[in-house]
Each structure stands twice: as structure tokens, then as C-alpha cells.
Design a protein around this ligand. Structure first.
Ligand SMILES: [Zn+2]
Length: 133
């Protein structure tokens, strides 16, 4: 038998198992708590489905991840080329698909090269400063 998400006047909110002939003419389903016919609650059903799709399609990366303290900053650095993969609260990295993962990897390389160049530039300057003394 199919289940229907319902929200009953008695306070029950959840799934109710029902046959089509158990429904009244308005499509209301008998509440498992009190037996009254209750309104089907599609808003809740939709939210649940969206969450399920989300966790099913976004793959968590076990190789990537950020400290929750720096996750927001990392998200900002990646911008629109991978920032959406980083959860700003937990630092967990997820990929929607292969394409998004590649975009993230490219951006990550770019950022680390930039950081390398900055370090090198600083290093050269320090060396120059030392040799001029
Ligand atoms: Zn009820």
C-alpha cells in the first residue's frame, strides 16, 4: 500500500498508509493516530525528496575537506569555481558531478600556484634584503 505524508488536526505529522478507497472525496487520508481524515501534506513530501536527491547526487570527497574555522574563507577563495562544493559550516567538500570536481581541482591548483608565487616573491625579497646588508 502506498504511503502519504499527512498533517492531521490532532497534531500527527508523518506518513500514513492508505488504500485509495480509504480516502475521502477530497483526497484526505485516515490518520493513524486518531482515525480522522487528514489533509495530505505535499510540501513536506517535496522537501524530503529534495533532501534525498541532494545526498544521493552529491558525492562527498574524502580527500578534500577544510577546518570548519577556515571553510568560509576557502569558499570565498574558490569563488564561483568550486566554492559551492565547500560547506561553509562543516568544511565538508561534495561534488555534484565529475565536471564540478574537475573545476574544483583546477581552481585548487591555481590557488596553490598563486600561493607558491607569493611565497617565492617574498623569499627573493628577503634574500635581496639580506645580501644588501
Ligand atoms: Zn490525527
Amino acid at each position: 500500500m502506498p504511503t502519504y505524508p499527512i498533517k492531521c488536526a490532532c497534531g500527527y505529522a508523518g506518513d500514513a498508509v492508505a488504500r485509495v478507497r480509504d480516502m475521502d472525496q477530497d483526497g484526505k487520508v485516515p490518520c493513524p493516530e486518531c482515525g480522522q481524515h487528514a489533509e495530505q501534506d505535499y510540501s513536506r513530501k517535496t522537501i524530503n525528496n529534495t533532501n534525498t536527491r541532494f545526498t544521493l547526487t552529491r558525492q562527498r570527497s574524502w580527500a578534500e575537506g577544510y577546518n570548519p574555522r577556515t571553510a568560509r574563507e576557502a569558499q570565498r577563495l574558490f569563488g564561483d569555481r568550486g566554492g559551492q562544493c565547500i560547506d561553509p559550516l562543516t568544511g565538508v567538500v561534495t561534488f555534484k558531478d565529475r565536471h564540478e570536481q574537475q573545476m574544483y581541482e583546477r581552481r585548487k591548483r591555481e590557488l596553490s600556484e598563486k600561493a607558491d608565487r607569493r611565497r617565492k616573491a617574498k623569499g627573493l625579497k628577503t634574500t635581496a634584503d639580506l645580501s644588501s646588508e
